[in-house]
Ligand binder design. Structure first.
Ligand code: CAP
Ligand code: MG
Length: 400
């Protein structure tokens, strides 16, 4: 079985030669520790890793480290992370270290089931062929009643969105319990479908503790959910894997990455989103936030593309995960996002739809019109001449 190759960027402490620093990462995550030990003999030696390459990069270095496949327990994701993203972040001989990519052999990937629906499955539910999907987030994040939430959802559906999701902080609070919110939203979406003929997915946020999340998800499906959402980093990889592998979860899973910035944002220290997106696909994400190239969150276009690539590249027969570009988007940013990231993507806007001067339905129409303009190869400003919702949005927010 081929071994695992992990790529790190690092900056060594001033008194540590880069080769020694790279070796420190390798030893810490395989068989070594800070001093020689007499028991590191025989079979143990076979589990030593090695520094495969070391190249200068900016103020630091890029290194590829080989970890013997035998030190990984096939199918145990938490254990994989304890190796490739474990103690190394605390090593004193490094001033900074960031995991940027991991290559796993097939035998360590195939134990994971991947998305149940993936891009094609979600498109089939919505009835789209290859156009970008438009999504919205119920805003304000918290505070609406179930009735008000359902009204906002109805307006967005009438306006033409494909996806409506709860915000990452809304779960089952007393002011808007799932028990009431979900059936009301699904009822209003059915009304909208009677009028538009268009199926809209509602990602209800079922985030909770791992030992209760299956029950909450199954109950949501009993209440009529056609999609569920989980905050992956706050509820844990195991929670998503349990949902992904549960036969009773018969709807797509939208994955929000709130908290990711704590470890993905610093270009010198932490974990890039790419190796995280990779494993989130394995454990069942049908949709995952991957970042924008023009929105409100800090972003690096090459990293956003790398996130999308690891969700959609061939992966031992695993379905691709639908990338979600979200955060500060509005109709004036659609063309730039699609031109940079492609059209096999979900463009999601909260403020960019509900903040439209003529309300939610007009905001949703403006997003769809911006997508239609892009697909027709017509500049948004020109298309806006005959499409008032888009014109009003561009007048308010401009275009990138
Ligand atoms: C966007 C959003 C999403 C972010 C998450 C928000 O709302 O609902 O959570 O997109 O960031 O709460 O900010 P707006 P990312 O459209 O109103 O900005 O996608 O980078 O994980
Ligand atoms: Mg949000």
């Amino acid at each position: 079985m081929p071994d695992v190759i992990a790529t790190y960027y690092f900056r060594p402490r001033s008194d540590t030669p880069p080769q020694k620093a790279a070796e420190a990462i390798c030893e810490e995550e395989t068989t070594g520790t800070w001093t020689d030990i007499s028991t590191r003999t025989g079979y143990v030696k076979r589990l030593d890793g090695s520094v495969e390459s070391l190249t200068p990069q900016g103020p630091g270095y890029l290194t590829r480290i080989r970890y013997p496949a035998e030190i990984f327990e096939p199918g145990n994701l938490a254990q994989y992370l304890s190796v490739v993203a474990g103690n190394l972040f605390g090593l004193g001989r490094l001033d900074a270290v960031r995991l940027v990519d991991v290559e796993y052999p097939e035998a360590l990937v195939v134990p994971f089931k991947g998305p149940k629906f993936g891009i094609a499955g979600v498109r089939k539910l919505v009835g789209s062929a290859n156009r970008p999907h438009v999504g919205t987030i119920i805003k304000p994040k918290v505070g609406l009643t179930p009735e008000d939430t359902a009204e906002v959802a109805y307006q967005a559906a009438i306006g033409g969105v494909d996806l409506i999701k709860d915000d990452e902080t809304l779960t089952d609070q007393a002011f808007c319990p799932i028990e009431r919110r979900l059936p009301l939203v699904m009822k209003r979406l059915a009304e909208a479908k009677d009028e538009t003929g268009h199926e809209v997915l509602y990602a209800v946020n079922i985030t909770t503790r791992a030992d209760r999340i299956i029950d909450r998800a199954l109950h949501a499906i009993d209440l009529g959910a056609n999609m569920i959402m989980i905050d992956i980093f706050t509820s844990g990889f195991g929670a998503l894997q349990a949902l992904g592998e549960c036969p009773g979860i018969t709807v797509p899973i939208h994955v929000h990455r709130t908290m990711h910035g704590a470890f993905t944002r610093n270009p010198e220290h932490g974990i890039a989103m790419r190796p995280l997106a990779q494993i989130i696909r394995w454990i069942g994400a049908d949709q995952l936030h991957t970042g924008t190239v023009s929105g409100k969150m800090s972003h690096d276009a090459s990293e956003v593309k790398a996130n999308i690539d690891v969700l959609t590249c061939p992966c031992h027969g695993m379905k691709p995960t639908f990338p979600v570009s979200s955060g500060g988007l509005h109709p004036g940013k659609v063309a730039h996002e699609l031109a940079t990231l492609g059209t096999d993507i979900i463009l999601q806007a909260g403020g960019g739809i509900h903040g439209h001067p003529d309300g939610t339905a007009a905001g949703a129409r403006a997003m769809r019109q911006a997508v239609d303009a892009f697909l027709a190869g017509i500049p948004a400003q020109e298309y806006a001449r005959d499409h008032s919702e888009l014109r009003r949005a561009l007048n308010l927010w401009g275009s990138t």
